[in-house]
Design a protein around this ligand. Structure first.
Ligand code: AMP
Ligand code: GLY
Length: 423
């Protein structure tokens, strides 16, 4: 099998690393990839939204399977594009088609889906510039904090949580009238604030059957104690200790089953990952969002714990045979800690030489924003690398990640020292 992985983050390095362990992987390509994927794959300098360039690559190299990492090409319809092009119809694509990807591409669509299928989520209402007055009145009817969400994709920045009514009204106006998040905030979903602890549930589905993958908890804020600005994610642990058997059963019965069944009932085919963001409110799971891909850095702890051959797993998804697969999961805990560039998530510099990766032992370094420059590896993004470790407990795994992070250096390196602090 020749396989193409689309994307360039830690998630994609993890996919490439895992796929490379399969005897069925004849050759792997990554587009555009990073310095980490280059170890197992041929990097091809193509943007993930360059569908024509991807088509040419797939045809010229005889690629059989395309694994789509990030949401953008999915929401822009890469899977539909492959289905329409005659020469690409035999190529398997892991990642849903455009309509299904709307579960991530539009918060309003996702909320309507949950309402239709009785999936527990926060109460909500959505507004446009025409209905802004009703939006103000709706805010007045709620108690703080106020949760405002840009309907469309806003690179993880489109959710505002505000304590003050006047501020919430001002932000609603800025989103609807001044395009605070561009087209993404033409519609705004206002929802009930859910008070509880977050976790993520990952599902792999062929549209008919599903496998629940290991749970994970992500740490999104830049500062320790979950303070400061939101980032793509600063670290993760798997499994989530409070997601015990009875809670997982609630997630499966109330969320996962109705989601997969709902997709079938709505005639929405789905081949790929569903990443369900949840909040545990009291003893019950409520959905805060759907993503139509794996999380990053959650992938860096979830995928290493899965012991199945990933080429076989993806083939089963593509051929609708997931029901025959038995998922094998490593019982140990996995943690990852993300090292980022100084200044991230604000402005930061690139091209800083990274030293010490070769000193790491008993951990896996997944590259995110890195590239090769001559014989050195340099920083090439905000999130630079994720150090993943296993342990008998998550604390045990964490101490291994932190010991190894001490050996890695680049100018401005920062990482949170408190991943898992709230557990
Ligand atoms: P989202 O982009 O929908 O995942 O939202 C970003 C973050 O905002 C989530 O990870 C939660 O921490 C928070 N959040 C979103 N919706 C709610 C809600 N209804 N109640 C409380 N927190 C929320
Ligand atoms: N770590 C959160 C995400 O991938 O969306």
């Amino acid at each position: 099998m020749k396989i193409l992985v689309l994307g360039s983050g830690g998630r994609e390095h993890t996919f490439v690393w895992k796929l490379a362990q399969s005897e069925k992987a004849e050759k792997i390509y990554a587009a555009p990839g990073n310095s980490g994927t280059a170890e197992f794959a041929e990097n091809v300098a193509l943007n993930v939204d360059d569908f024509q360039g991807i088509k040419d690559l797939v045809i010229n190299e005889g690629i059989d399977l395309v694994v789509v990492g990030p949401e953008n090409p999915l929401v822009n319809g890469i899977h539909d594009f492959f289905e329409k092009e005659v020469e690409l119809q035999t190529v398997a694509v892991i990642g849903p088609k455009k309509l299904a990807a709307t579960l991530e591409g539009s918060k309003e669509f996702a909320k309507e889906f949950m309402k239709r299928h009785n999936i527990p989520t926060a109460a909500y209402s959505s507004f446009t510039s025409e209905s802004i007055k009703a939006g103000y009145e709706f805010l007045e009817s709620l108690t703080p904090p106020y949760v405002l969400k840009a309907d469309g994709l806003a690179a993880g920045k489109g959710v505002l949580i505000l304590q003050n009514l006047e501020e919430a009204k001002k932000e609603l106006a800025s989103m609807l009238l001044d395009s605070k998040f561009g087209n993404a905030s033409q519609t705004v979903v206002i929802e009930e604030f859910l008070d509880g602890i977050e976790l993520s549930c990952f599902v792999l589905t062929d549209g008919k059957d599903y496998k629940i993958l290991p749970t994970a908890k992500d740490y999104k804020r830049i500062g320790e104690g979950d303070t400061g600005l939101n980032t793509g994610g600063m670290g993760a642990i798997s499994p989530v200790p409070f997601a015990d058997e009875s809670f997982m059963k609630k997630i499966e019965d109330r969320v996962v089953k109705p989601t997969v069944r709902g997709l079938q009932q709505d005639n929405i085919p789905y081949q790929g990952f569903i990443f369900i963001g949840l909040i545990k409110v009291g003893d019950n799971p409520k959905v805060i969002e759907y993503n139509v891909r794996m999380g990053d850095p959650e992938t860096e702890v979830v995928i290493p714990r899965i012991q199945n051959d990933f080429v076989e797993l993806f083939q089963a998804v593509a051929q609708g045979r997931l029901g025959d697969v038995v998922l094998k999961v490593d019982k140990r805990s996995a943690t990852t800690v993300m090292a980022v560039s100084g200044g991230y998530p604000g402005a930061y510099e690139k091209n800083k030489e990274i030293k010490g990766i070769d000193q790491v032992d008993e951990s896996i370094v997944f590259h995110a924003g890195t590239k090769e420059q001559g014989n050195t590896v340099v920083t090439n993004g905000g999130r630079v690398l994720a150090v993943t470790s296993f342990g008998n407990s998550f604390n045990d795994a964490l101490s291994r990640s932190y010991d190894n992070l001490k050996k890695i250096s680049f100018e401005g390196i920062y990482y949170r020292k408190d991943i898992g602090f709230d557990l």
